[in-house]
Design a protein around this ligand. Sequence first.
Ligand SMILES: [Zn+2]
Length: 175
Amino acid sequence: MDMKVNFLPVASHLNWDEYFMLQAMMASFKSKDPNTKVGCVFVDDNNHQLTMGYNGQIAGIDETQIPWGNIKSVPLDQQKYAYVVHSEANAILHAKASLEGARCYVTLFPCHECAKMIATVKVKEVVFLSDKYNGTVENQIAKRIFDMSNIKYREIELRPDIIKDLSQHFTSMIG
Ligand SMILES: [Zn+2]
């Protein structure tokens, strides 16, 4: 009898970058923002999750009194921008441990306000999925802050297979 009968070939479907970016994407899915859903997860050198967040309203307030629209022709107090807390800010605010030396996986390249916070808590690397505001003044400031703070940043792409496989996996779990 073959004693190795249970030694099945193991295929690792996800590398760490893919795994954590999917977590960041999952967090973004929780956002109520109808236009821009952003999620992030911070991890340590052992690939353990430290904190995560998504863009949302101020905790504890009556959200029905706050607009989600992004139209800028009305006063600022009638725009979402006056109230929304970004995913990175939420993650940092709710972290239970130091984020020094952490990697930040985020679905959208951080804005300059979040870049300030990411640099202040001494994150060492930012991994992002989209940089759709590349070239704007705020985006350039964020990159300048990261460069001055020696924070590396890199874009990753998710293989289309992953989303298909994940969808099949989820479907099989609830079937
Ligand atoms: Zn931000």
